[in-house]
Design a protein around this ligand. Structure first.
Ligand code: MG
Ligand code: MG
Length: 277
C-alpha cells in the first residue's frame, strides 16, 4: 500500500519477508568481514557473498541493479560507496566498507559497515566509531509518530558533537521494501520534524557516510565508485529499520537491535529474539 508522496506501508507479512532478507544481509556482512584480510581481493569477497546469499535462499539486491555487475559493493579508503568488487588486493590498514542487499519473496533489506584491516590509525578509528554511533542514533529516532527528518537531525547531532567530520550529502538514506530504493529520502543532516510521518509498516535504510575532510564527492570513470573529492578516508554504516507501535526494529541486525537500543534507552519494537542470535 502506498501513501502520499510514494511512501510504502508494509503489512506484517511483508515486514517478515524483509526480516528474513535482513538476516541474510547480516550473516553475509559477518562472513565478508571474517574473510577480509590482507592479500584477498574485493572480487573474492563478492564471490563469498553471492554464494552465501543464494545458499540462504535469497537473491542479491545489487546484482544487475541499474547494471551493477556484482552482489555487494566494496569501497576502500577514500571510496565512500558503490565500489565495484575487482582485482584490487586488500592491504593492512585499509578501510573496507561493505554494502549488501538481499531479496526474499520480493522484499529487500540493505545494510553496510566499515572496518579496518589490522590496527587503525587513531583518526580513522574515530571516524568509524562516530559513523556507527551516528547511524544508531538515527535508527533510535525511527519512532512511531515521529517524522523522517528526526532521523536526519539525530545523525547530524552525533557527528557535530564529536569533532570536525564531513557529512556526505550527495547520497542519502531511503525508503525500502518492494524496491531497494523508494521514497522517502533520509538525509543525514537537517532539522527535525519534517517529512513523512513514521508510522507502523514504514521501513527506512539509515546510512550516514562520513569523511575525514570535505563532504564533496566525485564518481570514478567506472561510473559507479563514489570517492571523496579531496582524497580523504571515508566510512559508511547502514541498517534497514522498521517501526512498530512499540519502537524500532532493526531488520538487518541479528538481534533486531535489541542490545544497542537498550543502551540508547529506546524501547525495542521487534519480535522476541532467541538467545543464540
Ligand atoms: Mg546499502
Ligand atoms: Mg541503502
Amino acid at each position: 500500500m502506498f501513501r502520499r508522496r510514494g511512501v510504502e506501508i508494509k503489512t506484517p507479512e511483508q515486514i517478515s519477508h524483509m526480516r528474513s532478507a535482513g538476516l541474510v544481509v547480516a550473516s553475509t556482512l559477518r562472513l565478508v568481514r571474517a574473510e577480509s584480510r590482507p592479500g584477498v581481493t574485493t572480487a573474492e569477497l563478492d564471490v563469498f557473498a553471492e554464494a552465501h546469499i543464494r545458499d540462504s535462499g535469497a537473491t542479491p539486491s545489487f546484482q544487475g541493479y541499474h547494471g551493477f555487475p556484482a552482489s555487494i559493493c566494496v569501497s576502500v579508503n577514500d571510496e565512500i560507496v558503490h565500489g565495484i568488487p575487482r582485482d584490487r588486493v586488500l592491504r593492512d590498514g585499509d578501510i573496507v566498507s561493505v554494502d549488501c542487499g538481499a531479496i526474499v519473496a520480493g522484499w529487500h533489506a540493505d545494510a553496510a559497515l566499515s572496518f579496518v584491516l589490522g590496527e587503525p590509525r587513531h583518526d580513522i578509528a574515530a571516524l568509524l566509531a562516530v559513523c556507527e554511533d551516528a547511524m544508531w542514533a538515527g535508527v533510535a529516532a525511527v519512532l512511531p509518530g515521529g517524522r523522517v527528518t528526526d532521523v536526519s537531525a539525530a545523525v547530524e547531532s552525533v557527528v557535530r558533537s564529536r569533532g570536525d567530520l564531513g557529512i556526505v550529502e550527495d547520497y542519502v538514506g531511503h525508503g525500502i521494501g518492494s524496491q531497494l530504493h523508494q521514497p522517502p529520502s533520509v538525509p543525514n543532516r537537517g532539522r527535525p520534524g519534517k517529512g513523512p510521518r513514521l508510522v507502523e509498516g514504514i521501513a527506512l535504510a539509515v546510512e550516514p557516510m562520513l569523511t575525514l575532510g570535505s563532504p564533496e564527492t566525485r564518481v570514478l570513470a567506472d561510473d559507479w565508485t563514489v570517492v571523496t573529492a579531496d582524497g580523504t578516508p571515508a566510512a559508511h554504516f547502514e541498517h534497514t529499520v522498521t517501526v512498530t507501535e512499540r519502537g524500532p526494529w532493526v531488520l538487518t541486525e541479528l538481534d533486531g537491535g535489541l542490545a544497542r537500543l537498550a543502551e540508547l534507552g529506546v524501547a525495542y519494537g521487534g519480535e522476541p529474539v532467541s538467545a543464540d542470535s
